[in-house]
Design a protein around this ligand. Structure first.
Ligand code: NAD
Length: 488
């Protein structure tokens, strides 16, 4: 039996049990693997007190020292990858190799932001003699972070990395379904010597925790990754406290396949990518718009490879795709497939869940899906792809932009002119050409429209965790108003 850690809260540098617990299930077997501690109001108050003390210390810690501690924690995560990965597979279901890659990816987010911690430059503004204007960026304060279950380690890593690199403290509520990933992060930081209170980890009832933390005066940033509906709810709550938010929300990523690429190669590669994390990725390629000339070959290659995907328990090395995370996803996927089928879509692969146990759903390929099918508008967040033919690039771009989402978008083409038209025309925070990778540590990631706002990663990743302060410094005491050198 692979080890799954004993689940605890982490507050003020101490691990803490809770009187109330809930079961954590393995989605591949539906069996209990651990008991989740439920934070009470007193735990949240302790976390707030600790985060306030932690902020005082950490915001005044030299950026180079902050970076050293973050890098040490990242290196511990890399070293512990072989122990961490199985616990991610147990709680989330993804294949062990993907869980191992997730640990590396989480470490990369920390490593990148540790570098950025040392480049939080301000600037001096040219001004009249006798006065100097300087602009600095300061850590914002306590962050309330909310991370989802699809990447148990690398999603919390994004929030913790941005907050800690900026000099903020954080109270992280990680996902109840997948608590171990975030616990491994907290352990690594504890062992790396992070001062007490800078990182606090809680679990519990998401609505109770967010509605208690977000209105607190002491909380200065809200950072959330999850569904658009919950994102809007948290944004409204934060607005009442005038607290800025960083929102990474849903997508419904379009993929435009031009007829100057090998359609079979693009189809095969897309099916493999669709299976990644059982399609539970906000950037997962979902709406494929394929030029008519390439349509048949692309759809066939995609469906053949999708049907061949080996689905199973993620601990089995032969498994390519694990289960989805919970029964809610199965119910949502089944409803979307049934609705599309009833409206005339063709099912080229998958479509029916196998007998249990486990929340398994095969890679499902829907073709020629009518525009009024729900799946054309609702994010499936599972291994479901839509393949529809399009007349030309204008048609494809119009269809890609037709939804209120704009997170990731993709194009397959070797034409620089097509790339330019995609770059100008696509409404999305991230556009990837000839690759289905949309989010790496060194570039900013985030959405437009209902996919949210703010960016994680890249040089922009720390902006949301800092505030800009302007210092106007007159060299002598002077009552005269000086506005950029203008004479009164
Ligand atoms: P959901 O809307 O119930 O929850 C989404 C996430 O928000 C979960 O992590 C949940 O714990 C959290 N949450 C829910 N209510 C909350 C509240 N009041 N306060 C704070 N956090 C709250 O949906 P679900 O069934 O868990 O997930 C499916 C949907 O979530 C998908 O349709 C997808 O759009 C979205 N999702 C997106 C991402 C992403 O990476 N952007 C990740 C996971 C889930």
């Amino acid at each position: 039996m692979t080890d799954y850690p004993e689940l605890q809260l982490f507050i003020d540098n101490r691990w803490r049990k809770a009187a109330e617990t809930l079961p954590v299930l393995n989605p591949a077997t539906e069996q209990e693997i651990g008991r989740l501690p439920i934070a009470r109001r007193a735990d949240l108050d302790d976390a707030l007190e600790a985060a306030e003390r932690g902020f005082k210390i950490w915001s005044r810690t030299a950026p180079r020292i902050r970076a050293q501690i973050i890098l040490k924690a990242a290196s511990l995560m890399r070293e512990r990858g072989p122990q961490i990965a199985p616990s991610i597979t147990l709680e989330n279901g993804k294949p062990l190799a993907q869980a191992g890659m997730e640990v590396v990816r989480g470490a990369e987010f920390f490593e990148w932001d540790a570098g950025e911690a040392q480049r939080l430059y301000g600037h001096v503004v040219p001004s009249a003699p006798g006065i100097r204007y300087s602009v600095i960026r300061e850590p914002a304060g306590i962050v309330a972070g909310f991370a989802p279950w699809n990447f148990p380690l690398s999603q919390p890593a994004r929030k913790v990395a941005g907050a800690l690199a900026s000099g903020c403290s954080i109270i992280l509520k990680a996902a109840e379904e997948t608590p171990a990933g975030a616990m491994h992060i907290a352990r690594a930081f504890q062992d790396a010597g992070l001062p007490a209170g800078v990182l606090n980890l809680v679990f519990g009832n998401p609505a109770e925790i967010s509605s208690y933390l977000i209105p607190q005066d002491r909380v200065r940033v809200v950072a959330f990754t999850g569904s658009t509906s919950v994102g809007i709810h948290l944004t409204e709550m934060a607005a009442r406290a005038m607290t800025p938010v960083l929102m990474e929300l849903g997508g419904h990523a379009p993929v435009i396949v031009c007829d100057d690429v090998d359609p079979a190669a693009a189809g095969t590669m897309s099916a493999v990518r669709k299976a990644r994390n059982s399609g539970q990725v906000c950037t997962s390629p979902t709406r494929f718009f394929v030029m008519e000339k390439s349509y048949q070959a692309f759809a066939k290659a995609f469906a053949d490879r999708a049907a061949a995907v080996r689905m199973g328990n993620g601990l089995d090395p032969a498994t390519e795709m694990g289960p989805v995370a919970n029964h809610r996803r199965i119910a949502a996927l089944e409803a979307l497939v049934e609705d599309a089928r009833a409206k005339g879509a063709k099912v080229l692969a998958g479509g029916t869940r196998p007998n249990g146990p486990g929340y398994f759903f095969p890679v499902t390929v829907l073709a020629e899906v009518p525009d009024d099918a729900r799946v054309m508008r609702e994010e499936p967040f599972g291994p479901l792809a839509i393949i529809n033919p399009v007349r030309d690039l204008d048609d494809a771009i119009a269809r890609a932009n037709s939804l209120p989402f704009g997170l990731a978008a993709y194009g397959f083409t070797h034409s620089a002119a097509n790339v330019d038209r995609l770059t100008q025309g696509i409404e999305a925070g991230n556009l990837s050409i000839n690759t289905l990778e949309a989010s790496v540590a060194e570039v900013p990631f985030g959405g437009v429209k209902y996919s949210g706002h703010g960016r994680e990663g890249g040089a922009e990743g720390l902006h949301h965790y800092t505030v800009t302060k302007t210092i106007s410094h007159k060299m002598e005491l002077d009552h005269e108003p000086t506005v950029s050198g203008a004479k009164p």
